[in-house]
Write a protein that binds this ligand. Structure first.
Ligand code: IPE
Ligand code: IPE
Ligand code: MG
Length: 224
């Protein structure tokens, strides 16, 4: 049975779910937050140590302002309402990506990270304004600036995921098979599951089914 420390998820399909059932993309984003809560609980139950959630990519700024504003309001509401409860559950929050938001949201993110920084049960990495290419470019620039050697170890420690083991498992919901600029370096040997269901429809049962399947895969890492 494969150990499972780190699950990464591309939470895709909110807009399509919202349009289909509520005639509004934003309604899908709202429903998506419920799935986030379910999957956090299920991750704790599965004793997973790191859960990395792709919430907003560097490319998502291309969307209409109305949708972007709605998404960041949802995030703000989620943090204001849930950070206390996450903290009580011994859950740590870390933001991946560059925090270039309103000063109000930046402060809230920093406060939430600081408050939960010592927690040990589960670490949630929330990828917000995250793009893997920009993360890699920044890492190379830092290596150059610090006159470090270019090797895997130094690259790893200059990425935002420093200290975090690579994902064992990547799940993308929403029936689309691409990485969309997510963790390109870190996913080198992850087991990848593309799930047909849209993110708001994804549930603990679906998650556990994938985990069960993952546990039985023969992971070779180049060996035989
Ligand atoms: C993913 O759902 C959530 C974000 C990118 C914020 P989408 O909004 O991409 O949903 P679809 O893919 O359009 O259905
Ligand atoms: C990927 O979903 C980003 C997030 C889930 C945050 P997108 O819906 O933005 O991906 P593309 O644009 O279809 O590749
Ligand atoms: Mg999408």
């Amino acid at each position: 049975m494969n150990p499972l420390k780190h699950v990464a998820i591309i939470m895709d399909g909110n807009g399509r779910w919202g349009l289909k059932y509520k005639n509004s993309r934003n309604a899908g984003h709202k429903e998506g937050v419920n799935t986030v809560q379910k999957i956090i609980k299920a991750s704790v139950r599965n004793n997973i140590k790191y859960l990395t959630l792709y919430a907003f990519s560097t490319e998502n700024w291309r969307r209409p302002k109305k949708e972007i504003d709605y998404l960041f309001n949802l995030l703000e509401e989620f943090l204001l309402n849930k950070i206390e409860s996450l903290h009580k559950q011994n859950i740590k929050l870390k933001i991946l990506g560059s925090k270039k938001f309103s000063s109000k949201l930046n402060k809230l993110l920093n406060r939430s990270e600081k408050k939960t920084s010592k927690n040990t049960k589960l670490q949630i990495n929330l990828a917000l304004n995250y793009g893997s290419k920009s993360e890699l470019m920044n890492a190379f620039k830092k290596i150059k600036k610090n006159r470090e050697r270019i090797n895997e170890k130094n690259l790893g420690k200059n990425l935002q995921t420093r200290g975090i083991p690579d994902p064992d498992l990547l799940i993308r919901t929403g029936n689309t098979k691409r990485l969309s600029n997510f963790l390109l370096w870190q996913l080198a040997y992850s087991e990848i599951f593309f799930e047909k269901k849209l993110w708001p429809a994804f549930n603990e049962k679906d998650y556990n089914k994938i985990i069960k399947e993952y546990r039985n895969i023969k992971r070779n890492f180049g060996n035989i």
